[in-house]
Ligand binder design. Sequence first.
Ligand SMILES: *[C@@H]1O[C@H](CO)[C@@H](O)[C@H](O)[C@H]1NC(C)=O
Ligand SMILES: *[C@@H]1O[C@H](CO)[C@@H](O)[C@H](O)[C@H]1NC(C)=O
Ligand SMILES: *[C@@H]1O[C@H](CO)[C@@H](O)[C@H](O)[C@H]1NC(C)=O
Ligand SMILES: *[C@@H]1O[C@H](CO)[C@@H](O)[C@H](O)[C@H]1NC(C)=O
Ligand SMILES: *[C@@H]1O[C@H](CO)[C@@H](O)[C@H](O)[C@H]1NC(C)=O
Ligand SMILES: *[C@@H]1O[C@H](CO)[C@@H](O)[C@H](O)[C@H]1NC(C)=O
Ligand SMILES: CC(=O)N[C@H]1CO[C@H](CO)[C@@H](O)[C@@H]1O
Length: 390
Amino acid sequence: MFNLFTTTTILLSSLQIARVGATVYPRTESYTGTSFFDGFEFPVETYDNTTNGDVFWATPSNTSLLYVNDANRVILKVDNTTSVVYNEKRYAPKLLTKNTYEPGTVWVMDAVHMPYGCSVWPALWTQGPNWPAGGEIDIIEGINDRTFSMMALHTGNASTCTVSNSSSSMTGTVTVDNCNNDATQNSGCTINDNSPNSYGEGFASAGGGVYVAEFATDAIRIWFMTRSSVPSSLSVSADSIDTTTLGTPVAEYSSSTCDIQNLFGPQRLTIDITLCGDFAGVPSLLAQTCPALVGDATCYSTYVVNDASATYANAYFELNYINVFSTNSSSSNATSPNGAASATTTLSAGVSGSSGSARPSTSASSAGRASTFGAGMIGLFGVLGLSTSL
Ligand SMILES: *[C@@H]1O[C@H](CO)[C@@H](O)[C@H](O)[C@H]1NC(C)=O
Ligand SMILES: *[C@@H]1O[C@H](CO)[C@@H](O)[C@H](O)[C@H]1NC(C)=O
Ligand SMILES: *[C@@H]1O[C@H](CO)[C@@H](O)[C@H](O)[C@H]1NC(C)=O
Ligand SMILES: *[C@@H]1O[C@H](CO)[C@@H](O)[C@H](O)[C@H]1NC(C)=O
Ligand SMILES: *[C@@H]1O[C@H](CO)[C@@H](O)[C@H](O)[C@H]1NC(C)=O
Ligand SMILES: *[C@@H]1O[C@H](CO)[C@@H](O)[C@H](O)[C@H]1NC(C)=O
Ligand SMILES: CC(=O)N[C@H]1CO[C@H](CO)[C@@H](O)[C@@H]1O
């Protein structure tokens, strides 16, 4: 579990060798139950204008999509009660942390259910400023009825950042080895977790589990523990986390092949569910786990419109908590960018936010359209999102 690529290791005692940077991180934030929404705000944009998903982002007044259930778990779900008329989009959640995080940070998410189903594309990820220059870490990404989760990094267009099966200590498998966003047409460097409990129906039927992502200068590492393997040290009330006790990660992006310090700016944790778009909606990828589209049918026309109550019965996150651990005092409470509505005040007050209710005039332009991207993994922030505004 020690990082062999670290050039300077410090001998702390005869029993413990520390990697450069901390391995024991103190808890700095905890989001659970009704306090969950204290840490988050809504996006500035009213619809998915980055990955061409057919969704309007949920607003503070959508308390049937964003709430705490009787088990005190946070529900973030796709609307499955509205019959959506053609050329309209469906409401789905996107929340971003108010805080930004620097290297020396660990995020922990405990969930009992993650969204899945045909056309469904959820992700837990982080994004730096001025994408892709500020970097992106995809902690969990799944599409449609897949039975595995995918992780990725996206780094700036002029960057050199790679990962390989042989140079990292991890259980996942590398499917794309170059993290440079431009070189990979927005896919980033992807690693699959082949454990059938890591996503979708398998995740839910195993009682969910815990994802841990370590953002450190020597490596970015991601662990997944299915419910029966979650150690007692990983609880909502854990005061600290020691990542060296977690075993071999599923993904390890080492600084020996990626200059993490310089390629990742302050990261904002993001959790969202979009529908169709540049990844879940690619016909060849959709057909991997869902019926192939026939004739003029698109992902949008097949799944998003009309009564989709059953289609989206599993399109929800059910979260025990998200905890943040950090040794970096530079991680900070960012001010709301561009006046995005705060989840805290708006949800608890049940008042509609000032931003986010007006529908964009371009809203219908991408609805109903299948992605024109070819097969291949198209990560978050697909290029088509940019082209629609041209
Ligand atoms: C999405 O919309 C927001 C708000 O209007 C805007 O700031 C942002 O630049 C847009 N993103 C893209 C990729 O067009
Ligand atoms: C979500 O909120 C918008 C207004 O902000 C409203 O038009 C829409 O009907 C709401 N949808 C649901 C499912 O609550
Ligand atoms: C804290 O963040 C700053 C700014 O990114 C970085 O230079 C520094 O190395 C980080 N400290 C640790 C302990 O990772
Ligand atoms: C990594 O290993 C897996 C499993 O052996 C293989 O399928 C995959 O192609 C390898 N990735 C690269 C980039 O070579
Ligand atoms: C980086 O590359 C991506 C993918 O080719 C492209 O969409 C984006 O516009 C580029 N960004 C910059 C700043 O050049
Ligand atoms: C709508 O979704 C909820 C879960 O969020 C599910 O309990 C319900 O059964 C779904 N409705 C239908 C008709 O499937
Ligand atoms: C990193 C940091 O300063 N986090 C603080 C952000 O604000 C919340 C709520 O005010 C505090 O609890 C955090 O400690």
